[in-house]
Write a protein that binds this ligand. Structure first.
Ligand code: HEC
Ligand code: HEC
Ligand code: HEC
Ligand code: HEC
Ligand code: HEC
Ligand code: HEC
Ligand code: HEC
Length: 347
């Protein structure tokens, strides 16, 4: 493991508030061991998995996939569960240099097995259990769901499961040493001081900015899945022509709230509001734009950030808020989103 990383527990003694807020959040649980105690309510039902051509058996605390009989019997131990279970859980099995992603995922809120996104098209035989990824791709998959990767290979140390403090704040060992030696340089960046585009770039290394989206494919429309990209393409602008920052609407240490008025206060801080904290050029742009002809005072989110279906090729009805802020149904996109540097840094 990269020795510059300390793990969440090392931050607890000094930052209890952030630790408690983050602990067991969807970030924290986005990678867990594929065991009954690890998964709790997201534990899958055992037995034959519909349309998969395999069954899932409990084996001790863990799980194993099984297909065929007699000489053709094949088994595969599951190692990690990716996804908190808010929407879905995909299991992975690690053998040496390969990471296998199961072709069926479990969706706890709907108690449903469905095809894993990206593996909708397959037959029972072309992938016995799911898609095999070579080490490099496997590390990218784990990279977005863990705090730090091993120096090589695919076995993640337990203290780095899930999106942790250092996924966003960067490695923390040097900071802890700096605090302990009463150094004047704390070796820790104040993320809240970053301009929105650079803050969103950090979130975007996993949630994806325009750089990580293939604009020549249907991905171009996934503005509900890739929020940093969506905000780059929205007309709403702040200081220095910057997109809206995730921090305007979300506490990075907590799960999202579904209470709409706080989000709408953010809209109204610019549209028809006090126009605080935004520069003169943006203020002028908002001032000269026409007020909402439909509902200038309320319910902005339900029309301008409408939830869109997440898994259109499956029967899972989950939706996510469209972060492309646009007149409903029109989906106007800025033609030239300001592109940041290359995004996926997990090598
Ligand atoms: C031994 C105590 C200690 C530990 C352990 C510790 N910090 Fe800090 N941290 C501090 C102090 C003191 C400050 C500066 C005062 C403050 O803002 O709370 C600070 C500030 C910060 C800041 C704000 C930066 C700033 O300049 O205000 C962040 C972010 C942060 N720490 C993250 C972490 C993370 C992540 C970990 C775990 C990897 C961690 N800290 C571990 C004591 C600690
Ligand atoms: C290391 C990768 C990574 C980084 C960096 C990251 N996220 Fe996430 N985020 C994830 C993953 C993975 C999930 C899915 C969790 C799950 O399985 O439900 C997620 C989920 C979320 C959710 C959904 C929580 C909910 O209640 O549904 C929000 C909101 C979110 N992230 C915001 C942010 C913001 C804001 C930042 C930057 C300040 C950020 N994320 C940085 C990987 C990351
Ligand atoms: C570029 C970063 C990135 C990579 C690579 C990545 N994920 Fe994720 N994953 C995310 C983020 C961000 C979310 C949260 C989606 C959201 O709620 O916005 C997520 C969510 C999930 C979920 C929850 C269900 C869902 O679709 O929201 C599962 C399951 C999952 N990922 C599995 C995987 C697997 C398996 C791999 C590798 C084969 C993988 N992911 C690769 C960033 C990534
Ligand atoms: C999803 C990304 C993300 C994760 C995970 C995360 N943080 Fe933060 N943290 C941020 C951002 C962004 C800010 C700046 C918030 C702001 O200024 O509004 C911040 C602010 C802080 C601060 C400074 C508070 C202040 O008043 O400025 C501390 C301390 C901190 N985080 C510690 C932690 C610790 C400890 C953990 C793990 C238990 C953690 N963070 C997990 C993104 C994250
Ligand atoms: C103008 C406000 C606003 C901004 C800015 C914003 N979000 Fe959201 N976000 C929302 C709303 C509203 C929801 C839906 C909450 C609900 O009802 O569950 C949401 C939900 C989410 C979810 C959970 C999936 C879903 O749609 O339910 C993720 C992940 C997320 N936001 C990530 C981000 C990231 C990353 C950024 C920065 C790039 C960001 N958001 C910026 C308003 C905002
Ligand atoms: C930081 C200030 C700011 C915030 C916060 C903000 N906007 Fe905007 N918004 C703008 C600016 C600037 C424009 C562009 C006006 C123009 O060029 O005419 C804009 C444009 C729009 C448009 C027209 C989009 C188009 O493509 O024609 C809509 C609709 C809109 N905003 C709705 C919202 C909603 C809903 C929210 C809250 C979820 C919100 N805005 C939050 C600054 C903001
Ligand atoms: C019932 C749905 C609905 C609600 C609620 C709603 N809007 Fe709209 N809004 C629309 C539609 C439709 C348009 C496009 C109207 C047109 O172009 O004729 C629009 C247009 C806009 C525009 C662009 C105005 C222009 O012509 O340049 C802004 C800005 C805007 N809305 C902001 C908001 C804000 C802020 C809120 C919350 C206070 C809000 N809207 C609530 C439906 C809605």
């Amino acid at each position: 493991m990269d020795p510059a990383f300390a793990g969440n527990d090392a931050c607890l003694p000094c930052h209890e508030r952030e630790y408690k807020a983050h602990h067991n959040s969807f970030h924290d649980t986005s990678l867990r061991p594929a065991t009954i105690s690890g998964l709790g309510p997201a534990t899958p039902p055992t037995g034959v998995v519909p349309l998969a051509g395999y069954a899932i058996d409990a084996k001790g605390e863990g799980f194993e996939l099984r297909r065929g009989e007699g000489d053709a019997l094949e088994k595969r131990q599951l190692n990690y569960a990716l996804g908190s279970g808010k929407l879905g859980v995909t299991y992975v099995s690690i053998t040496g240099e390969q990471l296998m992603e199961t072709k069926m995922s479990y969706f706890p809120p709907y108690k449903l097995w469905e095809k894993t996104p990206g593996q909708e098209v397959h037959t029972e035989n072309d992938r016995p259990f799911g898609r095999e990824h070579p080490t490099t791709e496997g590390r990218m998959c784990l990279g977005c769901h863990t705090t730090a990767l091993p120096v090589q290979g695919l076995q993640v140390a337990r203290s780095f499961y899930g999106v942790g403090c250092e996924s966003c704040h960067g490695p923390g060992k040097a900071h802890i040493e700096a605090v302990k030696s009463a150094s004047s340089d704390l070796k820790m960046e104040k993320l809240g001081k970053r301009p929105p585009s650079r803050l969103n770039e950090m979130c975007g290394k996993c949630h994806r900015t325009a750089n990580a989206v293939d604009l020549d494919t249907p991905e171009v429309n996934l503005t509900h899945r890739f929020q940093p990209y969506a905000l780059q393409r929205s007309s709403c602008r702040t200081k220095d022509n910057e997109p809206l920052s995730c921090l305007f609407c979300h506490d990075p240490h907590q799960n999202v709230s579904d209470d709409k008025p706080p989000y709408e206060r953010v809209c109204k801080s610019c549209h028809g509001g006090a126009l605080e904290g935004i520069n003169a050029a943006t203020r002028a742009a908002v001032r000269t734009s026409k007020p909402c002809p439909v509902s200038p005072k309320q319910n902005c989110i339900q029309c301008h950030m409408r939830p869109k279906t997440v898994f259109p090729l499956t029967s899972v009805p989950a939706k996510m808020a469209d972060h492309l802020i646009s007149p409903p149904g029109m989906g106007t996109m800025r033609k030239n989103p300001t592109l940041g540097p290359a995004v996926n840094t997990f090598k």
